[in-house]
Design a protein around this ligand. Structure first.
Ligand SMILES: [Zn+2]
Length: 158
């Protein structure tokens, strides 16, 4: 299990590795012989962009799902410290260039009667987030570790 930030060189290696998949994407999109002469650059770019979005979503979803499994079955409530069962909840999440469906760990504290999110993700700084009062569990949007926003903000940006 990696616990550190990748170096710029390691990130370049990742990019080189992913670049090789470009050939596979072209084959998938245009067939064994590639694009015909009628396919213009804009169409190629469209395919490349769709592939990049899919790759980003796949990588983020896999990484966060694996990270979530490391939390174990119970996590302490950030308010009262009671150990609560870790379940999971899906939420849409926007990252650079893609929209992903995060499956993130979520707990409900019966003592405090609140949901909290024991995220270990670096993007959320390792602190459990509390669901604010009066906001239902389906109203979680955004990210970056902030407490939840009101419902409905996520519907317009596509
Ligand atoms: Zn509690």
């Amino acid at each position: 299990m990696a616990t550190r930030k990748l170096t710029p060189e390691e990130l370049q290696d990742v990019a080189r590795f992913a670049k090789q998949w470009g050939k596979i994407i072209v084959k998938q999109a245009f067939g064994e012989k590639g694009p015909g002469l009628d396919v213009d650059f804009a169409q190629m770019e469209e395919v490349a962009y769709a592939a990049a979005q899919g790759l980003t979503a796949g990588a983020i979803e896999a990484a966060t799902a694996q990270q979530g499994q490391q939390l174990g079955e119970r996590q302490p409530c950030p308010t009262c410290g009671k150990l609560c069962t870790v379940a999971s909840a899906e939420r849409p999440f926007h990252v650079k260039g893609a929209k992903v469906q995060l499956r993130e760990p979520k707990c409900y504290c019966p003592t405090c009667r609140r949901d909290f999110f024991p995220s270990a993700s670096a993007a959320e700084t390792g602190h459990a987030r509390l669901q604010p009062d009066g906001v239902g569990p389906d109203c979680v949007h955004g990210g970056g570790g902030e407490v939840t926003s009101p419902c409905g903000q996520d519907s317009s940006s596509d």
